[in-house]
Design a binder for this molecule. Structure first.
Ligand SMILES: [Zn+2]
Length: 483
């Protein structure tokens, strides 16, 4: 018998038929790792209904009063093992190509056990930030999947595939096999851990390997998770090797065919006219603002939005971000349209000349982006990015929505926390605030992660966490010696 829980709250965030999101009295029935049903209830009757439903399904009742229940966050692009890079200074490498000059050098000395150990720390950081699901991409995919399972974080693991350059070339066949093993494992699936193909990028993967990935992806519907057009070096290399841009290269290889689902990360070097090639419900571009600010510069998501392309928001890795909190990325997106005003000709003129006339034309430049600014700072628009934009990408899992059939990933928020006051604007609080301290508890794949009301402390003081941290510290010291 799968474990069954009934969570009742006066304020459960549910998608409405008109596409809006609203907090309403409801009970969420969870069987095993999925949501079985969501039953809306009359106000004031949730406590009784929670108990009665729990009796009916022989489950545990959990009534949270008027504390808000929302989907847990989804982080659509991580390399959790890279949490250890916080111990390295980036310095000179940001001047050149950080990926090739720093990452590849260090990563070629990693062992499988290092990856499992460092991933555990990255996974804990996600849980502490209200993230219950990640799309991870790294070498030693099975070690990554095991780390997620042991810590209790759900996600889609893409073992890195590369054959032209990069540390993974020597592990290619093994990573190919591990993709299949993760995908076929019922234990991983019940922990909410699934697989995707993880070609590293367009410059590090040959046409032959791409064809092999496309063929298998079309056969078994596993999505492709890849870095696309992330640097000038990648763009130039692909152009000189293939005589075309990274996007056209992938198009000609069949990566953008309708039956191929793909998560395309960074997209900094995609000309406007090529965006139309990515306009499909099975393709999602990933914007990682704070990471891109460090390793390159932010992609032009305003153009993505104009082109009607689906896109989501993620953190990328600690090496270029330092935080696994997706909320802060949303604030960046929320204010993005206004950022163009800073670099507008009008503001540049004002900076040189000053004066009332120049100030007035800056006001006009700002008015031009007002509509876009309103759209980007809309709370539902932002939260959809980190809840359910990727929900249709994997055939075995739906996530980021409190509805029947979705993975049971949810957060109970403590309304008494100052970051959620006043509680009438719950979407705004979650989209623009720092509400991680208000997590009362989080459920991932049907299992509670922390102790109710003492969420983050109960995690960092647990024996499992202390053991994981000790192991990672020892391994980091050993790695530093090997370098
Ligand atoms: Zn990345």
């Amino acid at each position: 018998m799968p474990r069954t829980t009934v969570i009742g709250s006066e304020r459960v965030l549910i998608s409405q038929p008109d596409g809006t999101l609203a907090a309403m009295p409801a009970c969420v029935v969870i069987k095993g790792n999925r949501i079985d049903t969501v039953v809306t209830v009359l106000p004031g009757q949730v406590a009784a209904e929670t108990k009665s439903l729990a009796r009916k399904v022989s489950g545990k009742a959990y009534f949270v009063g008027d504390n808000l229940v929302s989907p847990a966050f989804v982080n659509a692009h991580t390399h959790l093992a890279m949490s250890f890079f916080r111990g390295f200074t980036l310095g000179e490498s940001t001047r050149k190509n950080m990926i090739e000059d720093l990452f590849f050098h260090v990563e070629s000395r990693l062992t499988e056990d290092d990856v499992e150990s460092f991933t555990r720390m990255g996974a804990y950081e996600c849980l502490l930030n209200g993230v219950g699901f990640v799309w991870d991409h790294y070498y030693f995919g099975k070690a990554t999947a095991k780390a997620l399972e042991s810590v209790g974080l759900a996600g889609v693991v893409a073992p890195t595939l590369q054959d032209l350059s990069g540390p993974g070339t020597k592990w290619l066949e093994r990573q190919w096999d591990e993709t299949r093993e993760i995908s076929e494992s019922e234990d991983f699936a019940s922990a909410g851990v699934f697989a995707a193909y993880g070609p590293h990028a367009t410059d590090t993967v040959s046409p032959d390997l791409w064809r092999r990935i496309v063929k298998e992806s079309s056969k078994n519907s596993l999505p492709i998770h890849v870095h696309l057009a992330q640097s000038k070096e990648e763009y130039v290399k692909v152009f000189s090797r293939e005589g075309k841009s990274p996007v056209r290269y992938l198009k000609d290889l069949g990566v953008f065919e309708n039956d191929i689902r793909s998560l395309l990360v960074h997209g900094i070097f995609i000309p406007k006219e090529e965006l139309a090639l990515l306009n499909s419900k099975n393709k999602v571009l990933v914007f990682c603002p704070f990471s891109q600010l460090i390793f390159q510069f932010p992609a032009s998501v305003l153009e993505w939005e104009n082109a009607g392309v689906r896109w989501t928001v993620a953190t990328d890795c600690v090496a270029s971000n330092d935080s696994m909190n997706v909320q802060k990325e949303l604030r960046y997106v929320g204010g993005l349209a206004n950022m163009g005003v800073t670099y507008s000709p009008e503001h540049q003129r004002f900076l040189c000349e000053g004066g009332v006339h120049a100030a007035q034309s800056v006001g006009e430049a700002r008015a031009r982006v007002q509509d876009l600014s309103m759209r980007f700072s809309n709370s539902k628009f932002l939260l959809t990015k980190i809840w359910n934009t990727t929900e249709s990408l994997h055939p075995k899992v739906r996530v980021g929505r409190l509805s029947a059939g979705s993975l049971a990933n949810l957060v109970v928020w403590d309304n008494s926390h100052a970051s959620l006051w006043p509680t009438t604007q719950e979407l705004r609080g979650l989209a623009m605030g720092d509400t991680v301290g208000a997590i009362q508890n989080m459920m991932v794949a049907g299992k509670w992660i922390g102790k109710d009301g003492n969420y983050s402390n109960s995690i960092v003081k647990s024996a499992e966490y202390c053991e994981a941290k000790k192991d990672a510290e020892m391994r980091l010291q050993e790695l530093q010696k090997r370098l």
